[in-house]
Design a protein around this ligand. Structure first.
Ligand SMILES: *Cc1c(COP(=O)(O)O)cnc(C)c1O
Length: 414
């Protein structure tokens, strides 16, 4: 950090301000977290200097004595943590990981099927603005109008009719348990490759707090930085029969040199994820989400599906007479950081939708428990009821700074 501030004080100052911001705010963005000092150290290491196209033992550059060991350790930790036959730890992030899956199994124009974005799916599962929805014939399933839950009978009917090559499960705004075994059965029946994208929940899966897709899915795709609490990155796991296709699709199919500093940091995060402490963290993430959901319900918030089974809450603010975007901006001013989000069958536009999305991973990492969740719900209710009351927002932001000071965030000294 001293080197950074002497070479580039402008960027150094911005990093210091961001560290302060992350420390002083209640961070509820469902895809975010705080990584450990150890993960940060590996991320900011000399491994960023090294090129290593290929895989351990089969590289296209020399000098891989230590890189091969790092990547092999990372792979074996991933396999053992998730119980997978095969792991590829090179994808640059979740989106390229998914693109590699398409490249491994599909030709342009093939039919693919995933949860639609407006129902909580991810862009890369076939949404029309994404490459996955333009290079492939994407069919999207949704959630039921009455329950806002995925109806696997509907998924089965659509899959029988459309005969997709790939069937994706998973999403970015799914507050309930995903039934991987039922998806696998549908995929088997229609001859599809079943891809479980556990980007959001992989930390919960690793800890056994959410059922694992590994026994059921042909391919499991994940980011490494959400509940799993590693560096920014992606990872693919698969059955042995698909190992070659997946490896070839990642390199040389889609990517060049792997980001070795990220691989090292992922290895560290996977080691951390195998500990008792991580297990406790994952259990507490869900306990916190349930406590926050209950406290929000008590304060008149409408929750999609009525609550949550995981780290994520999706809230429809229509009954509070405020849009998601106005609420998110007012909450940010008050020290609560989250994102506006569409809700199923939203009547508003995606850039100013009806809902907000909330996740409890980051606040759980810094040590918040049930009493803090109730306090957060109370602050949220006050801000949402008075979105233009700047003195109120300033007062709450001050109270939040005081609370946060009692729960120092890992990896941040300020
Ligand atoms: C976050 C996410 C991704 C994409 O990950 P990036 O690292 O942002 O590219 C893919 N799939 C799902 C379900 C996600 O939640």
């Amino acid at each position: 950090m001293t080197a950074l501030s002497s070479v580039d004080p402008e960027i150094a100052d911005l990093l210091a301000l961001e560290a302060r911001r992350q420390s002083d705010k209640v961070r509820l963005i469902a895809s975010e977290n705080y990584v450990s000092k150890a993960v940060l150290a590996a991320t900011g290491s000399v491994l960023t200097n090294k090129y290593s196209e290929g895989y351990a033992g089969k590289r296209y550059y020399e000098g891989q004595q230590y890189i091969d060991a790092v990547e092999s350790i990372c792979i074996s930790r991933a396999k053992s943590l998730f119980g997978a036959d095969h792991a590829n730890v090179q994808p640059y992030s979740g989106s390229p990981a998914n693109l590699a899956v398409y490249f491994a199994f599909c030709k342009p124009g093939d039919t693919v099927m995933g949860l639609g974005l407006p129902a909580g799916g991810h862009l890369t599962h076939g949404w029309n603005v994404s490459i996955s929805g333009t290079y492939f014939r994407a069919v999207q399933y949704g959630v039921r109008k009455d329950t806002h839950r995925i109806d696997l009978d509907e998924v089965r009917d659509l899959a029988r009719k459309e005969k997709p090559r790939l069937l994706f499960a998973g999403g970015t705004a799914v507050p309930r348990t995903i039934e991987f075994a039922a998806y696998a059965e549908i995929a088997r029946e229609v001859g599809a490759i079943f891809v479980a994208d556990i980007a959001h929940i992989s930390g919960l899966v690793a800890a056994g707090v959410h059922p694992s897709p590994v026994p059921h899915a042909d391919v499991v795709s994940t980011t490494t930085h959400k509940t799993l609490r590693g560096p920014r990155g992606g990872m693919l796991m698969c059955k042995e029969t698909h190992a070659k296709a997946i490896d070839r699709a990642v390199f040389p199919g889609l990517q060049g040199g792997p980001h070795n500093h990220t691989t090292a940091a992922l290895a560290v995060a996977l080691r951390e994820a195998a500990t008792q402490e991580f297990q406790k963290y994952a259990v507490q993430i869900v306990a916190n989400a349930k406590a926050l959901a209950a406290a929000m319900n008590d304060r008149g918030f409408t929750l999609i599906t009525g609550g949550t089974d995981n780290h994520l809450i999706l809230c429809d603010l229509t009954s509070k007479n405020i849009s998601g975007k106005i609420a998110a901006k007012a909450l940010d001013a008050a020290g609560i950081e989250l994102n506006y989000n569409s809700v199923p069958f939203d009547t508003r536009k995606p850039f100013d939708p009806s809902g907000i999305r909330i996740g409890t991973a980051a606040v759980t990492t810094r040590g918040f428990r049930e009493p803090e969740m109730v306090q957060i719900a109370e602050w949220m209710a006050q801000v949402v009821a008075a979105p233009a009351d700047e003195p109120l927002h300033r007062r709450i932001a001050g109270e939040i700074r005081e609370l946060c000071a009692k729960f120092p965030a890992p990896g941040i000294d300020c």
